[in-house]
Design a protein. Structure first.
Length: 308
């Protein structure tokens, strides 16, 4: 089968990324397709679910894994690639900025973040994407730089409970720091230095191995899922390195092979076990069926790696 045609037969959120990342389509064609994310399909459906007070599901983060919240809806819109300048997106973000607070953390405004590194890394990535940089993002960056552990990464667990970094937390922070560096010319050099240490933490472990034994740290790191939420897997990590670096570090090769090994005979990747939690609606195939999200993300990672 023609995998690319199969990918294009889908939601605008997937189509525009296929056009941009796999087909090198002309920018004006990509922009036209991307603009449809705010008015059609998954993106439009998510925007329509926002309440007038700025919340989705009445929650800023989500209780007991509920993904129908501000945090995870905005992250999904970001991963769908909604144009942050679309009028519908700007109106939604204005409602978040003006109405959503972290009620368990002194009513801090949403884009100021809270206290956990994995959450704050994600909020920073959202603030960059949706153009909400300012005092809140400066607060987050100051915290993240201070909270980096001696091994180079981060961990949402209190320092009293763990002095070892977490793959999950580290990747969440790296996504935020890299996004900030790319968006802010002349960003303070200590941000780049911190990011490089965090990347080195993952690269020293080839993105999924224990340094002590070489075995995979957790089986779920090989479970490719979309959306990933806060959880780590090798495809999410590789997609981060693809977006942050023109050329791959040689130490990602085994992670690339792990992803490539999951490709089916028909050239597609299957949907793996989704992460837990209630959602508004599914944006990927059921477990065990061909996944457009996994196929798109794996193909663009392989393309990036092959161009080294």
């Amino acid at each position: 089968m023609d995998v690319t045609e199969w990918l294009l037969d889908s939601d605008p959120a997937i189509r525009w990324q296929v056009m941009h990342d796999l087909l090198d389509a002309p920018p004006d064609e990509v922009d036209r397709e991307r603009a449809r994310v705010a008015t059609e399909g998954w993106g439009a459906r998510l925007l329509a679910l926002q309440a007038d007070d700025g919340y989705w599901g009445g929650q800023e983060y989500g209780i007991d894994g509920d993904r129908r919240s501000v945090m995870w809806t905005l992250h999904l819109l970001r991963r769908l690639g909604i144009d942050p300048e679309a009028p519908q997106a700007r109106a939604a973000i204005a409602r978040v900025r003006d109405g959503v607070v972290w009620r368990e953390w002194g009513d801090l405004p949403f884009f100021h973040g809270e206290v956990e590194e994995c959450v704050n890394g994600g909020v920073l990535a959202l603030a960059v994407y949706f153009g909400e940089l300012g005092a809140g993002s400066e607060r987050i960056i100051d915290r993240l730089l201070q909270e980096q552990l001696p091994d180079g990464g981060w961990n949402c667990e209190p320092i009293e409970e763990s002095t070892r970094s977490s793959f999950d937390s580290t990747l969440c922070v790296l996504e935020g720091l890299a996004a900030y560096e790319q968006a802010v010319p002349g960003a303070p050099p200590e941000i780049a230095a911190s990011r490089r240490l965090g990347e080195e933490y993952l690269l020293e472990r080839e993105l999924f191995r224990r340094r002590s034994t070489g075995e995979i740290v957790l089986p779920r790191y090989a479970n490719l899922k979309f959306p990933p939420y806060w959880t780590y897997d090798v495809l999410r990590a590789l997609d981060y390195f693809r977006s942050a670096h023109d050329r791959p570090d040689p130490r990602v090769a085994d992670a690339v092979e792990l992803v490539a090994s999951q490709r089916g005979d028909d050239g597609r990747w299957l949907a793996s076990t989704p992460w837990n939690g209630q959602v508004f609606f599914a944006v990927d195939a059921p477990e065990g069926e061909p996944s457009r999200w996994n196929t798109l993300r794996a193909m663009r990672v392989l393309r990036w790696f092959d161009q080294r």
